[in-house]
Design a protein around this ligand. Structure first.
Ligand code: FES
Length: 184
């Protein structure tokens, strides 16, 4: 399946959202397991056949492992707002955002701790001030470069850090939990 589906599983204590490049599988959260199966013809269009497709977790068809971890040029990360990316672990993707604080670039899971299915960056950049990333839903504020929530319904919680590094003017995913990444 070339396109991903976004699966959110919510229990009383936890919520998890993943992007999945597979027509069937499961997502586990807490003690709950959500199993799903998608009709390819519905998702990918009427021309789909029964032929098995290898998932392509790295659509950029990178030349080297290092290239498969490249997300964007540092200059493409704006001083205000954010850029979205996807970190992949096999057929599972996690959406992240990149933000720039001074000369440093930081990456966070694109998810508000208050309601994890809410994306801080819905696709056109997260709201930011000089010092904070602001959740558009209920106004929680997270310190830029730190991720700590100082105001709002999830005050005291932090964004989930995704490790990245800057090399030769580009931003690379360096987080061991993922084996490739790409800009969205
Ligand atoms: S969903 Fe982000 S503050 Fe409520």
């Amino acid at each position: 399946m070339d396109d991903s589906i976004r699966v959110t599983v919510e229990t009383d204590d936890e919520e998890e959202t993943v992007r999945v490049y597979d027509a069937e599988g499961s997502v586990e959260v807490d003690d709950a397991t959500f199993r799903f199966s998608v009709d390819d013809a519905t998702v990918d269009g009427a021309n789909e056949t029964n032929e098995t497709k290898e998932p392509d977790p790295s659509p950029a068809k990178a030349d080297s492992p290092s290239d498969s971890h490249r997300l964007v040029a540092v200059d493409d990360v704006p001083a205000r707002g954010t850029v979205r990316f996807e970190a992949l672990n096999g057929e599972r993707g996690t959406e992240g955002i990149l933000e720039r604080s001074g000369d440093e670039v930081y990456a966070w899971r694109n998810s508000c701790p208050h309601k994890p299915h809410v994306r801080l960056d819905p696709g056109f950049g997260a709201r930011t001030t000089n010092d904070h990333i602001v959740c558009h839903e209920h106004g929680a504020r997270f310190v830029r470069g730190d991720g700590f929530c100082t105001r709002g319904p999830c005050r005291g919680q932090s964004l989930d850090l995704i490790e990245v590094e800057c090399r030769d003017g580009d931003v690379y995913l360096s987080d061991d939990r993922f084996d490739s990444g790409r800009r969205l």
